[in-house]
Each structure stands twice: as structure tokens, then as C-alpha cells.
Design a protein around this ligand. Structure first.
Ligand code: ADP
Length: 366
């Protein structure tokens, strides 16, 4: 079916094409006629605003803004913006914040015209931009954390290097070595923060590389504990590993990273005391546990500490370094292996972090 337009152009008017485009559109589409009554409300608009087309067709724009406004975080301002945008001559774009569930919506208003009618009505394209907004928020949080966390070690490196380079002071050899040691430690801290950020971005993108191979958990635990023993004088380590441990099918470098992280936290966040590292076989998985004798973690934070950038006490954490990424990376790594990680804690008595990894079907006893 062809419709001859005034300009001489022709437009295919097979209704199914129009219907299919409107039906398949990933954006919500609302069309208002010249009297600002709803003429079209596509399925995506139904989803976004949780209102069926049959309830909206023929409704007055003010009534529609009333419905939408009722779900907006700031209802009055949302209604006023929508009313203004509908009356404006130029195409306009507004953003709304809706609740239950929390979402960000962009609404782009445009004039509906035809070659023979310049004022056919008004169209509104509606998009759910929640993911974009969340990504923006994550980026700004990342930027502020990165700049804050990198600044502290950088300032320290710069300060000690400048001090060493002073020509008017002669430092004895021990002082020089002390200053150089601090520069070395702070450089390690910078490297760790950057590594954490890279791991985090891979986990976020679902692109964490895991190279699984049959590995001996027992040897790895011993190695990491021996390494960490050297880092503290205030803590002592107790290992409780069964004589027989099945091999697991996992990425040794990543499992080492998780162990390292949990033991490092047990050192960092406790004044001293015993750190127990254990391993048990439970059905088809091995469960590794790291217990400390620190102050413990209040129950309202036992899930939150696994969120990226979350630090229980900003000030004390800052004192010991870290960007609040260690546990969220550990969770990302364990989950990428099909396992799980959690903490149990008693205030004043200490915390036990555990992670479970599946024993591969092909496992063989060590
Ligand atoms: P960071 O990399 O800054 O150490 P993590 O993600 O490893 O961050 O830890 C998040 C928060 O969890 C820390 O800021 C700390 O407050 C808390 N936490 C982690 N491990 C322990 C622990 N063993 N005892 C008490 N608090 C802990």
C-alpha cells in the first residue's frame, strides 16, 4: 500500500512494518496528538512505567505526568519538567530519577511532523539509563579513590627522595638505608593499588583470566604462611591442615592472591595474636579458613566489607593502607572458580574468613 505525500515522496504504509518497529523498539515510545492526548504507548513504555497501553491511550498528558511523577524521587520537579518539555518548541531532553526499583530515565521530546502537517503532535522517546548512570558514579568514585590512595605513597616517595638529595645535609648510611627502605615500601604499595584496580576492572567486565590446573593446596598454604610470617612480629601462626588433601583444579596464582589477601588483612586489622590457617574437606569442596584474634566485624558489615571500595573505618584503614578492594577482588576470584567466600565474626573475639573451592572431578590425592 502506498500513500502519495504532498512533496511527491512516497512512504510504504504497510501497517505491519510500523507495528513491528514500534513493538521492537528498545526505547519506550509515547506519542501525543495535537490535544496532548496519548495516541501511542509502546510495549517498552509499558515496562518502564509499569502501566498498560490500554490504560493510557486517550489519557491527557497532565494525567500521564501525574502517574510518572508519583514514581519519581522528586515528584513536583518531575511533573514540572515534563509539562515544560511538552510545551517547548525545540526538541528537549530531561532526566528523571524513579523509585521502586531505583532507576534513571531519560525522556527525549520531539515534534511530530509530516510534509503536509508541521504540527502533528509530540513524541517522547524514553530510555532506561540506570546502567550508564551507575557506571558514571563508579568512575567518579574510582577517580576520587585512585587520586586519594595514590597521593599518599607518592607524597612519601617524593618527600624522602627530596630529603636524600639535599646537598646541605650529609645523611649517615643507616639513615640513607632507612629512607630508601621507605621509598621501596611505598613503591610496593603503589604497585599493589594499581594491580588491585586492574583486577577489579577485569572482574567488573567479567573478563578475569583464570588459568586452572591441578594444584596442591597444602603446599601453597604453607608457602604463603611462611612468607607472611616474616612480615609481622606481633602475630604467630598455627596451621591445621589434614594429612590427605585432594588436589583441586584452580589457578594457583589467583588462589595465592586470595590467601595472601586474607592473611594480610588478619595482620593489618588486628594488633597481634594468633592467626590460624586451616583447611577441611566438606563433601565435594575444600574449605580454607583464616582466623584472627582481632576486634571482629559488626554483623551489619559482614557482607558490606566484600563490596568494592568499602572500608569499615576509613581512618584506621587509611593508617594501614589499602583501597577497600582486597576482599571484593578475593570474592571475584573465588566466584570465578565456582566457589564462595564469607566471614563469621564475634565482636572482641576475632574473625574467621572462609573460602570454599570445588574439588574437581579429576582430583587425585596428594
Ligand atoms: P583493603 O584492601 O583496604 O584492606 P579489604 O577489601 O581487604 O580492603 O577489606 C575491607 C574492610 O574490611 C577493611 O577496611 C577492614 O575494615 C575490614 N576487614 C577486613 N579484614 C578484616 C579483619 N580480619 N578484621 C577486621 N576487619 C577486617
Amino acid at each position: 500500500m502506498k500513500n502519495e505525500l504532498e512533496s511527491g515522496q512516497s512512504l510504504t504504509l504497510d501497517a505491519r512494518w510500523h507495528e513491528s518497529a514500534i513493538y521492537s523498539l528498545r526505547d519506550g515510545l509515547i506519542l501525543f496528538d495535537q490535544d496532548h492526548r496519548v495516541a501511542l504507548w509502546n510495549p517498552r513504555a509499558e515496562e518502564i512505567f509499569k502501566r498498560r497501553a490500554s490504560e493510557t491511550i486517550g489519557a491527557d498528558a497532565d494525567q500521564v505526568w501525574e502517574w510518572i511523577g508519583a514514581h519519581a524521587i522528586n515528584s513536583d520537579s518531575a511533573r514540572a519538567q515534563l509539562t515544560r518539555a511538552l510545551k517547548a518548541d525545540v526538541p528537549s531532553n530531561i532526566e528523571l530519577e524513579l523509585d521502586a526499583p531505583h532507576r534513571y530515565i531519560s525522556a527525549r521530546f520531539f515534534a511530530l511532523t509530516l510534509p503536509y502537517d508541521s504540527n502533528f503532535g509530540v513524541g517522547v522517546l524514553v530510555r532506561d539509563i540506570t546502567r550508564e548512570r551507575e557506571a558514571d558514579a563508579m568512575k567518579s568514585q574510582l577517580l576520587s579513590t585512585v587520586s586519594h590512595e595514590l597521593r599518599t605513597p607518592l607524597a612519601s616517595i617524593k618527600g624522602f627522595a627530596t630529603t636524600l638529595l639535599r646537598q646541605d645535609v650529609k645523611w649517615d648510611e643507616k639513615t640513607q638505608r632507612d629512607f630508601l627502605r621507605i621509598i621501596e615500601e611505598e613503591t610496593d604499595r603503589l604497585t599493589e593499588i594499581i594491580d588491585h584496580l586492574l583486577d577489579m576492572s577485569q572482574i567488573e567486565a567479567g573478563a578475569l583470566r583464570i588459568a586452572k590446573e591441578p594444584m596442591q593446596l597444602r603446599a601453597l598454604i604453607r608457602e604463603v604462611v611462611d612468607e607472611m610470617r616474616m612480615r609481622t612480629e606481633a602475630h604467630w601462626f598455627v596451621m591445621d591442615l589434614p594429612a590427605e588433601l585432594p588436589r583441586i583444579f584452580a589457578d594457583p596464582r589467583r588462589v595465592r592472591q586470595v590467601l595472601h589477601n586474607l592473611i594480610e588483612n588478619a595482620i593489618k586489622y588486628t594488633q597481634g595474636g594468633q592467626i590460624s590457617v586451616g583447611c577441611e574437606i566438606e563433601k565435594d569442596q575444600v574449605v580454607v579458613s583464616i582466623s584472627d584474634q582481632g576486634d571482629g566485624i559488626p554483623s551489619e558489615f559482614t557482607e558490606k566489607i566484600f563490596e568494592r571500595f568499602f572500608q569499615m573505618d576509613g581512618k584506621s584503614t587509611r593508617r594501614v593502607g589499602g583501597a577497600g578492594l582486597g576482599l571484593s577482588i578475593s570474592r571475584g576470584i573465588v566466584e570465578a572458580h565456582g566457589g564462595r567466600i564469607w566471614v563469621e565474626s564475634k565482636l572482641g573475639l576475632g574473625s574467621t574468613f572462609r573460602f570454599a573451592l570445588p574439588i574437581a572431578a579429576t582430583s587425585a590425592s596428594e
